[in-house]
Design a protein around this ligand. Structure first.
Ligand SMILES: C[S@@+](CC[C@H](N)C(=O)[O-])C[C@H]1O[C@@H](n2cnc3c(N)ncnc32)[C@H](O)[C@@H]1O
Length: 275
């Protein structure tokens, strides 16, 4: 049987329940956008490619930064999130912002060369990261910049509920032969991420750690839809909810219904030397 690249991720991000609950997660990812934009140093007229654009917030912000003579294209594996992003761009009257369903790992994306490729937590899900980073680099002009945000390792992000829920989840299948494990924390190690980008032909790799405390509701971390998509069996959902409540209690704030989540991420910068 031929397994398509990133098939499990394609299924997960196209699950209607999962996609519909994603905007709640944006309470955590959205606070990173200003930090990413500062590192991007976008100039009027530039062409920006946003990888794993999700609900499109970063793409729309990038479109605003490059002005009417520039453009921003968001690409994503998820059809429902791409529909949401396009609607948000329309609502924001962001005429220079478009979205397309595509796999950044191997798809040809119309409009190359781009001046800048970016991503806010959308590049940790490639089952062949070197192939994906090579494809992204080949869509950049010579000296084009790649600037993305990814999570620092899980032990720097104690808000993440994955470890606490582990006993209630089916074991994750091992990656197929020759493929890499995927997941939110796979690019958190500085040396590993630098090596992947250099193997893909990037130079001048620089990683800057950031830490911020985000005030958000519990569903920024997890909600019922996410528990189901993660694979908690229906008969153990009550147990899972109790695990989540105990886990989140550590982050309770004095404001009713709001938590204080310490998030730790990296901003990664690299250059396409051309060739
Ligand atoms: C954690 S979300 C981030 C979404 C958005 N950038 C944000 O910050 O809210 C990751 C996104 O990457 C997308 N994604 C995962 N693998 C991808 C791939 N191979 N090509 C394109 N998009 C991908 C997912 O569909 C999802 O929308």
């Amino acid at each position: 049987m031929v397994v398509m690249a990133n098939e499990a991720e394609r299924r997960r991000w196209n699950d209607e329940r999962f996609a519909a609950s994603w905007p709640k997660r944006e309470q955590l990812t959205g606070v990173v956008t200003p930090v990413l934009l500062e590192a991007l140093k976008l100039k009027p007229g530039e062409k920006v490619l946003d990888i794993g654009s999700g609900g499109g917030g970063t793409t729309i912000a990038a479109g605003r930064a490059v002005g009417a003579k520039g453009l921003a294209l968001g690409i994503d594996l998820s059809h429902p999130l791409t529909v949401l992003a396009a609607q948000r761009a329309k609502d924001a009257r962001a005429a220079n912002v478009t979205f397309k369903v595509a796999d950044a790992q191997h798809d040809e994306i119309p409009g190359r060369p781009f001046d800048v490729a970016t991503s806010q937590f959308g590049v940790m899900f490639f089952d062949d990261p070197v192939a994906a980073f090579t494809n992204i680099r080949q869509h950049l002009r010579t000296d084009g910049r790649f600037v993305f945000a990814c999570w620092q390792p899980a032990n720097h992000n104690p808000w993440h509920v994955g470890t606490a829920l582990q006993p209630l989840l089916p074991p994750a299948p091992p990656p197929a032969a020759g493929k890499s494990p995927v997941g939110p924390f796979t690019l958190g190690e500085l040396v590993h991420t630098t090596v992947l980008l250099e193997k893909a032909g990037f130079t001048g790799v620089r990683l800057t750690p950031h830490a911020v405390v985000v005030r958000a509701s519990a569903d920024a971390v997890v909600d019922a839809a996410l528990l189901e998509v993660m694979g908690v069996p229906p008969e153990r959902l009550d147990e899972a909810r109790a695990v989540v409540t105990t886990h989140l209690a550590k982050f309770a704030s004095t404001q009713r219904g709001l938590y204080r989540f310490p998030i730790a991420f990296l901003v990664v910068e690299a250059t396409n030397p051309g060739g």
